[in-house]
Design a protein around this ligand. Structure first.
Ligand SMILES: Nc1ncnc2c1ncn2[C@@H]1O[C@H](COP(=O)(O)OP(=O)(O)O)[C@@H](O)[C@H]1O
Ligand SMILES: [Mg+2]
Length: 249
C-alpha cells in the first residue's frame, strides 16, 4: 500500500491558486526528490502536507496510509508519523531543544524516562556535530546550517514514517551536506520503511541520499518525473532549459 497518496491537490494561499493539481504517490521506504525553481510551490506542498492553517485545500485529497488527513491538525498528523523539517525553521525563545523534544515524545506516548531520553537526544545531536545545542533555546542564534542540522537530529530522534525535508541542504557547506546526507541515510538504515520527500534546489545532496524518483515542479504542477539521472540533467541544463524543451515537445 502507498504510504502517501496526493491526488490532484489544489491549494490556495491568500486567494491565489498556488498548487494547481499535484499528484504524487510515495510507497513505504521510497525516497522522492522534488526540484524546481523559486516560487514553484514546493514549500507550499510541504506545509499543506503538515496541515498549515494558512494554506487552503480547494481540490483533491491527501491520503496517508489509505485515509484522508485533510481534516487532521498538524499535531494529529505528526502523531500519525509525518515529520516536516522547515525550509525556515522557527526560533522559539524561552524553550530549550531538550524541553521541546521531551514534550514531543511524551505526546507520542513514548515509554522512556527523562534521563534516558536526554541521553538519546544528545547522541543524535552529537551525530550532527551539535551535541551541546540540546540545552539552547530552539533555533535562537543558530546559524542557518545549525538549524538544518538540528532539524535532522530531530528526525533521527522522532523516527517518523514520512520525513518531508524542505531544502534541508540550503545554507550548508560541502562538508555539512555530507554529514546531513549521511544522517538521513542512517535514519533510513535504522528504519527501512522510512519514506522521504526531499525538496531541494541542488543536485549535490542527491549524491548522498539517492532518490527513487525525481519530480520537477514548475508553477504549481509536477511537469516531469524521472530517476536520479533527471537531477543530473537539471544541474546541467537548468530548469529553464527543461521547461523550454517540454514546451517545444
Ligand atoms: N503565506 C503566503 N502568503 C502569500 N503568498 C505565499 C505564501 N506562501 C507562499 N506564497 C506564494 O506561493 C508561491 C509558491 O511559494 P513556495 O511554495 O514558497 O515556493 P518554493 O518553495 O517552490 O520556492 C510564491 O509565489 C509565494 O509568493
Ligand atoms: Mg521553498
Amino acid at each position: 500500500m502507498a504510504l502517501l497518496e496526493i491526488k490532484d491537490l489544489k491549494v490556495k494561499v491568500e486567494d491565489s491558486l498556488i498548487l494547481k493539481g499535484v499528484s504524487l504517490t510515495i510507497n513505504k521506504g521510497e525516497t522522492h526528490a522534488i526540484m524546481g525553481p523559486n516560487g514553484s510551490g514546493k514549500s507550499t506542498l510541504a506545509l499543506v502536507l503538515m496541515g498549515h492553517p494558512e494554506y487552503e485545500v480547494v481540490g483533491g485529497d491527501i491520503l496517508f496510509e489509505g485515509r484522508s488527513i485533510l481534516d487532521l491538525s498538524p499535531d494529529e498528523r505528526a502523531k500519525l508519523g509525518i515529520f516536516l523539517a522547515f525550509q525556515y525553521p522557527y526560533e522559539i525563545e524561552g524553550v530549550r531543544v531538550s524541553q521541546m523534544m521531551w514534550k514531543a515524545v511524551q505526546s507520542l506516548g513514548w515509554d522512556m524516562g527523562p534521563v534516558e531520553f536526554r541521553r538519546l537526544l544528545r547522541s543524535y545531536y552529537e551525530q550532527l556535530g551539535i551535541g551541546d545545542f540540546i540545552d539552547r533555546e530552539v533555533n535562537v542564534g543558530f546559524s542557518g546550517g545549525e538549524k538544518k542540522r538540528s532539524e535532522v537530529a530531530q528526525l533521527l530522534t522522532l523516527k517518523p514514517k514520512l520525513a518531508i525535508l524542505d531544502e534541508i541542504d540550503s545554507g550548508l557547506d560541502i562538508d555539512a551536506v555530507r554529514i546531513v546526507g549521511g544522517a538521513i541515510n542512517r535514519a533510513k538504515e535504522e528504519n527501512p520503511n522510512l519514506s522521504v520527500l526531499l525538496i531541494t534546489h541542488y543536485q549535490r545532496i542527491l549524491n548522498y541520499v539517492k532518490p527513487d524518483k525525481v519530480h520537477v515542479m514548475v508553477d504549481g504542477r509536477i511537469v516531469l518525473t524521472g530517476g536520479y539521472d533527471l537531477s543530473l540533467r537539471l544541474e546541467a541544463e537548468g530548469y529553464e532549459g527543461i521547461v523550454r524543451s517540454l514546451r517545444a515537445s
